[in-house]
Design a protein around this ligand. Structure first.
Ligand SMILES: C[S@@+](CC[C@H](N)C(=O)[O-])C[C@H]1O[C@@H](n2cnc3c(N)ncnc32)[C@H](O)[C@@H]1O
Length: 319
């Protein structure tokens, strides 16, 4: 285990698996790192500390509220930290503009933050009655209310099924459509409860998966991640590391598949006798099977239970 200390600024926001992140990134003094989901700057702080003397870090986020807090938290590092508002799909352009290529390590800590879930007015959670929004970027084009009020029933069911892995998606979509317009998080939670009922023994609130599905749709999370993975690994210097933490199986499957594909010299169908793909491995898997949070961390932070970290290293001979 590495010797980094937990960031001191806010114990409620200890970044997930931060020892494992610094190890997987193989952070070294003088290195150049990108935190593509800088959030409140928790991981960024441990990375930039471990990269001293001489290290630099570029932090990217689409959420200006989070970035403003990150700027305060990371101010002690002065010019060693640069922050940029943007989507991580634009990582290549953002790095280029800031003189951050090639890089020694890139972190993507995907998904929504506790800060976003817990901040009043963001409309992510059924735990608070407020306008149904769920945009990580408050200037984003579509809110959750837009989706529930304008999608046709079949599309809505598909979103809830695909992104929420919710078996009862059709029933829920039917009830939502019958109750339109839905304005608030409580309107949506009540529609889901009316569709599927609420049993005392349920481990999670019946609307949990529907809220997850809408959040993923509003923020286009899976497409964004897929594009970012492709762009990010091309920015790595030989020996540079890409580290991704995901919080649900849809994301993790995508990351696993991405690493599998880029660590193989041939991606022809298995039964094809002769290779015709010309594909060459550009990465090496450095965390086979993925890593999960320690029992101690899960006890301190239950959200860490669903985190899975995967990591790959750019091959020296990659084209
Ligand atoms: C799990 S939080 C990261 C927390 C951060 N590691 C920390 O230590 O505070 C995910 C962050 O990624 C941002 N995010 C998610 N998808 C993004 C995207 N496509 N482009 C840019 N930022 C994104 C969210 O706004 C959120 O602040």
């Amino acid at each position: 285990m590495s010797s980094e200390r937990a960031p001191q600024h806010d114990p409620r926001h200890e970044p997930v698996m931060f020892h494992e992140v610094v190890d997987a990134l193989a952070v070294h003094a003088g290195g150049r790192y990108v935190d593509a989901t800088v959030g409140l700057g928790g991981h960024a702080r441990v990375i930039i500390e471990a990269a001293q003397p001489g290290g630099r870090l570029l932090g990217i986020d689409r959420d200006p509220q989070a970035l403003a807090i990150a700027a305060e938290h990371l101010a002690p590092f002065g010019d060693a930290v640069v922050l940029a508002r943007g989507e991580f799909t634009e990582i290549a352009q953002i790095c280029e503009e800031r003189g951050f290529t090639p890089v020694d390590g890139i972190l993507i800590d995907a998904g929504v933050s506790s800060f976003q879930l817990d901040t009043p007015g963001r409309g992510f959670s059924f735990r608070r009655d407020e306008l149904l929004d769920m945009r990580m970027d408050p200037d984003g084009p579509v809110t959750a209310a837009d989706i529930v009020n304008t999608s046709d029933e079949a599309d809505l069911a598909a979103i809830i099924f695909e992104y929420g892995e919710e078996r009862r998606s059709r029933r829920i979509a039917r009830e939502i459509v019958a109750r339109r317009p839905l304005r608030t998080t409580s309107d949506l939670a009540r529609a889901v409860e009316a569709a599927v009922g609420r049993r005392g023994q349920d481990r999670i609130h019946p609307a949990t998966l529907t809220f997850q599905a809408l959040r993923i749709a509003v923020n286009n999370e899976l497409d964004q991640l897929e594009t970012a993975l492709e762009a990010a690994h091309l920015l790595l210097a030989p020996g540079g590391r890409l580290v991704v933490i995901s919080f649900h199986s849809l994301e993790d499957r995508m990351v696993k598949q991405f690493i599998r594909e880029h660590t193989r010299d041939c991606i022809c169908p298995p039964r094809q006798p002769v290779c015709t793909c010309d594909h060459r491995a550009t990465l090496r898997d450095v965390a086979k099977g993925g890593r999960t949070a320690s029992d101690d961390e899960v006890a301190r932070n239950p959200r860490a239970r669903s985190a899975r970290l995967r990591a790959a290293e750019r091959l020296v001979e990659a084209a």
